[in-house]
Design a protein around this ligand. Structure first.
Ligand SMILES: Nc1ncnc2c1ncn2[C@@H]1O[C@H](COP(=O)(O)OP(=O)(O)OP(=O)(O)O)[C@@H](O)[C@H]1O
Ligand SMILES: [Mg+2]
Length: 153
């Protein structure tokens, strides 16, 4: 487990930019946290590193947005909040994306039963007192992410 405090929207973008170069094809990041916690903003930070920021759009109405980060590296940004049921995720072929690139999933707990076994979980909590403060808690079970956090910490 690894906790990071972000004190502003800019710090959350910077955290995304810092992690971005360490992510690999097959990584699955499951983001949980209230409305407005910073899930999309953290994803935007990752896309900024790859200079794809201008293309960012919220996947709210499309469920998944696809980005070409570089040759042979794609990023799939999901927001599964609006799925009627977890089964709808399979119906849209959601699980077929896991192997194809980096996957970031907002509200991933809604499709818990269809997530791969080893994911990187990111829970974002809003501070109850300080408006712009967020606590990012990263947790994982796979040694793949031990490797990733060796670089971050
Ligand atoms: N430290 C911070 N980190 C992230 N966002 C912050 C922070 N402080 C303030 N904010 C603001 O909180 C909002 C985060 O919005 P964002 O769209 O990223 O949330 P979200 O978790 O994706 O919400 P939703 O569940 O509605 O998709 C932005 O308006 C941002 O400016
Ligand atoms: Mg969002």
């Amino acid at each position: 487990m690894y906790d990071v405090i972000s004190n502003s929207a800019e710090e959350t973008l910077a955290l995304g930019r810092k992690i971005a170069p360490l992510l690999k094809k097959g990584d699955v990041l499951v983001m949980t946290g209230d409305l407005g916690a910073g899930k999309t903003l953290f994803t935007t930070g990752i896309l900024e590193f790859y200079e794809k920021k201008d293309e960012v759009s919220s996947p709210t109405f499309t469920i998944v947005n696809e980005y070409d980060l570089k040759e042979d590296l794609k990023l799939f940004h999901f927001d599964v909040y609006r799925l009627e049921s977890p089964e709808e995720f399979l119906a849209i072929g959601g699980d077929e994306f896991f192997e194809k690139g980096i996957c970031l999933i907002e509200w991933g707990e809604k499709i818990e039963e269809y997530l791969p076994k080893d994911v990187l979980r990111i829970n974002i909590k809003k501070d109850t007192e300080e408006e712009g403060k967020r606590i990012f808690s990263f947790s994982w079970t796979s040694s793949r992410y031990d490797e990733l956090f060796k670089e971050v910490i």
